[in-house]
Write a protein that binds this ligand. Sequence first.
Ligand SMILES: C/C(=C\CNc1ncnc2c1ncn2[C@@H]1O[C@H](COP(=O)(O)O)[C@@H](O)[C@H]1O)CO
Length: 283
Amino acid sequence: MTTESPRRDDRSIPSRRKGPLELRRRQALQGTSDQHLLDTHGAGRFVHTDPWRVMRIQSEFVEGFGALAELGPAISIFGSARTVPGSGYYETAVEIGRLLAREGVAVITGGGPGSMEAANRGAVDGSGTSVGLGIELPFETGFNPWVDLGVNFRYFFARKTMFVKYAHGFVVLPGGLGTLDELFEAMVLVQTGKVTSFPIVLVGTRFWGPMVHWLRNTLLTEGMISPEDMDLIQITDTAEDAVELVLAGFRRDMQERRGGMFGSAEEEEEEEEVWSPDKADGE
Ligand SMILES: C/C(=C\CNc1ncnc2c1ncn2[C@@H]1O[C@H](COP(=O)(O)O)[C@@H](O)[C@H]1O)CO
């Protein structure tokens, strides 16, 4: 039995061109790169590959940097997503947001409910800039209504970079695992010199006291941290103190910078003498 060759233009045979290739039958049915890229009907397998993920991660950094570049001085405030309006912690967070706003300092939070909402609320109340860096979670919570500039992240690590990069310090209210994660990440960044002049203020001596006690009486006594690591955190009970402490570092920093730029020649010489690399080598 002889088989006739199909005609080149037989429309019943799937075919398409891809650059220099001409593809037919099953070869032609394996979607184009453009289709994979543009198809919005359901998540294609391709979007779950690691190279694709890298692009998404990159875009989170690009969008975050773009959105926050012009923010000016800012403080990140953390605390439980479960703090209820009217509670002491909630009201303290509102007050901290308000006082910072009145100092012309933007408030950055995780954009969620509880203490995040309270701090954003205070920032709006104080006519300041209220930022929320949201995180995509399995249970959608969305931004709290007091976020004026919201950026949503899929990846915790990209979001965490923004909390540190665009803030001059952290204020940490009582919270759970999310808050502890944010607190300890900041402590490690300061401890390892990845960020400098970065005050971390804990609010709530009753709540944080046992943790500070454990740091001192277990981690420090067992040699897991150095005595100076205990200086990474400061602790208070009032909104006023929290704002004073967190801005003291920032103000000192600004003064030092201004001193460096506008200080007297003697001061600059003195500074140079202290930090001379030759002197440091000789030590
Ligand atoms: C649990 C509930 C909502 C969760 N929504 C959140 N939205 C944004 N950011 C969040 C959310 N939950 C946790 N975070 C981050 O962690 C910190 C609070 O976590 P904790 O475990 O409650 O201490 C907070 O600073 C955020 O950055 C609805 O009840």
